[in-house]
Design a protein around this ligand. Sequence first.
Ligand SMILES: Nc1nc2c(ncn2[C@@H]2O[C@H](COP(=O)(O)OP(=O)(O)OP(=O)(O)O)[C@@H](O)[C@H]2O)c(=O)[nH]1
Length: 338
Amino acid sequence: MAMDMQSVYPKSHVGFDSITQQIEKKLLKRGFQFNIICVGQTGLGKSTLINTIFASHLMDSKGRLAPEEPIRSTTEISPVSHVIEENGVRLRLNIVDTPGYGDLINNDRCWDPIVKYIKDQHSAYLRKELTAQRERYLQDTRIHCCLFFIQPSGHALKPIDIVVLKKLSEFVNVVPVIAKSDSLTLEERATFKQRIKEEFAFHNLRMYPYENEEHDREEIELNERIKETIPFAVVGSEKTIVVGGKQVRGRQNRWGVINVEDESHCEFVALRNFLTRTHLQDLIETTSQIHYESFRAKQLLALKESSAVQGHTGSRPISPSADRELSRNSQRMTMNGY
Ligand SMILES: Nc1nc2c(ncn2[C@@H]2O[C@H](COP(=O)(O)OP(=O)(O)OP(=O)(O)O)[C@@H](O)[C@H]2O)c(=O)[nH]1
């Protein structure tokens, strides 16, 4: 017979409600990891935007300030790591810059190295997870967010953008932005955005954030507003200029000033709030629960099938030979477009 525990024992404060503080303390000590990749053509302002979002000089811009400076551009996939801190919260950032795709005359499968890089990180994590004596905290290099830079042409997405977006959105949370949107008038910007949205729908391109049945009403409404705004029309700048006696980050032209943080000038603030204030945790969680999980399931299934063919039995701890098999499988699957 069920007893009313409250009536048997007098009500007193046990203290388990402090578990949230205990978790917070532990998490703060450990810090957080966020990995972001930038994809888009050369010179679309990828480095500048990252530096603007995190208000720190994290990546070198390749832009030239003087005509005698050499022409530079990112030529290889290059991750850089930084630790930034805000009110005692430590964020370890891995930022991966990719060479501008679509810059060459023959762009056949030029997105392969980017897709391979993303999958390699999943593969590395899976291998660490499956080793018999795994580390206490696995170092996480899985990409949580892919910032995809769209050229501000004012027309439509390029065919190559559609192909690359289709590929990327299968493996990673893709957040599209219209780069250097200061080159569009407000009407052009609105029409361009509308056109891109239609293309996303037509080609069935699944951009982040996704629907999730665990979301409450407030989260659903927030995601609806974000989906309305996507793709974010952004402007980046590392320069500080003075507007009305106040120092702001912006771009000074001959005819005026663009205040990057003014929401009537561009959607930079909306993007920053989305990435850092409202969806940082969800980006990390979605990567692990959706993208990594589907990669992991496919890999383990392939491993099981190949073990069955070789006459091995099911659930032994991973051995060096199984580990080699896993690597071979990931390579084979990467090549086959999984
Ligand atoms: N008008 C305008 N110029 C920008 C904007 N963002 C960056 N730039 C300029 O564009 C040039 C290239 O910027 P980067 O940030 O180096 O571009 P990137 O995409 O990282 O270049 P790669 O690494 O070579 O692909 C620089 O001169 C920047 O000052 C923007 O929002 N508007």
